[in-house]
Design a protein around this ligand. Structure first.
Ligand code: C2E
Ligand code: CA
Ligand code: CA
Ligand code: CA
Length: 275
């Protein structure tokens, strides 16, 4: 072995090993996280662009581990997807989201993110139907957010599953629009009612910017297809005003509220709970 080669290996090995080790730890710990009650939902307000009132919330997973601390979704969702744990975890998310939605006014919606592996699971339709019925939540209040990733290695069952879900009366949103593969044909794969415009465009939106031109084009296309748009990750008043003026019907972002504990979200829409 040449000494140069070995030196390189020594330099990189610890980092690779540390990453593999972290992954193993997350895998092991995530397996019991649900049963130990370490998973929580955070709800982020979704706001009408015109009157700036809350029209719904997006459910976002949070994992607080006694030793690892708060593990961010970007770290544990991929592990959950690869291990299949996203299926039972996803069932819990749907049920928990519906339990909270039941306490909100009937015009407040709840959005839940779905990974491709969840849509492969034949039990999904029954889980959604049951969660809605058990909590008395009208199907049109539940919005399922899916990404273009779903259509990449599309299984024959995918379109059928989406149709079955759609038949329940739930809505679909195409998440992170513009970041992935964005073959526009994806828009015909399900009865999408909403396109969520990715933060990467919203954060660069300003008068005359390329990002604004792209947002405008997405809004116009969505309108022609009878879909509405949500501008994601709106952090500043000027980003918000640009997106609103370009025709986005809803906005979501730190400007209007970070993801928050369910009790706090509920207090925002149930006046009797306001302090
Ligand atoms: P996403 O679905 O695109 O969710 C939006 C992400 O943007 C959230 O990150 C949210 O906290 C963050 N965000 C919202 N407003 C702002 C803003 O103004 N500025 C900035 N910088 N960020 C903002 P989070 O909660 O870390 O979630 C990351 C991703 O993890 C989500 O992206 C989603 O893909 C996935 N995820 C979260 N919860 C679930 C879940 O229950 N199931 C599945 N399958 N995936 C989930
Ligand atoms: Ca989402
Ligand atoms: Ca998104
Ligand atoms: Ca910006």
């Amino acid at each position: 072995v040449k000494s140069g080669g070995r030196g390189a290996a020594c330099r990189f090995e610890p980092a690779i090993r540390a990453r593999a080790e972290e992954r193993r730890t997350l895998e092991t710990e995530l397996g019991g996280a649900l049963a130990r009650g370490e998973l929580r939902l955070a709800f982020q307000p979704v706001v009408d662009a015109h009157d700036e009132q809350i029209v719904g919330f997006e459910a976002l997973l949070r994992w607080g581990h006694p030793e690892l601390g708060n593990v961010t979704p970007d770290r544990f969702i991929p592990v959950a997807e690869e291990t299949g744990l996203i299926v039972p975890i996803g069932h819990w998310v749907i049920e928990e989201a519906c339990r909270w939605a039941a306490r909100w006014p009937a015009n407040v919606t709840v959005a839940v993110n779905l990974s491709p592996a969840q849509i492969d699971d034949p039990r999904l339709v029954a889980v959604v139907a049951e969660a809605l019925a058990a909590n008395g939540v009208a199907p049109e209040r539940l919005e399922l957010e899916i990404t273009e990733r779903l259509f990449l290695d599309e299984k024959p069952s995918t379109t059928a599953r989406l149709a079955e879900l759609g038949a329940l009366g739930v809505r679909f949103a195409l998440d992170d629009f513009g970041t992935g593969y964005s073959a526009l044909g994806y828009l015909q794969k399900a009865a999408f009612s909403r396109i969520k415009i990715d933060r990467s465009f919203v954060s660069r939106a300003g008068p005359g910017s390329d990002a604004s031109a792209i947002i405008e084009a997405i809004v116009r296309m969505a309108g022609s297809l009878h879909m509405t748009t949500t501008a994601e990750g709106t952090e500043t008043r000027s980003e918000f005003e640009t997106c609103r003026d370009l025709g986005c019907s809803q906005v979501q972002g730190y400007l209007f509220g970070k993801p928050m504990p369910p009790e706090e979200a509920t207090a925002l829409v149930v006046p009797s709970l306001r302090v």
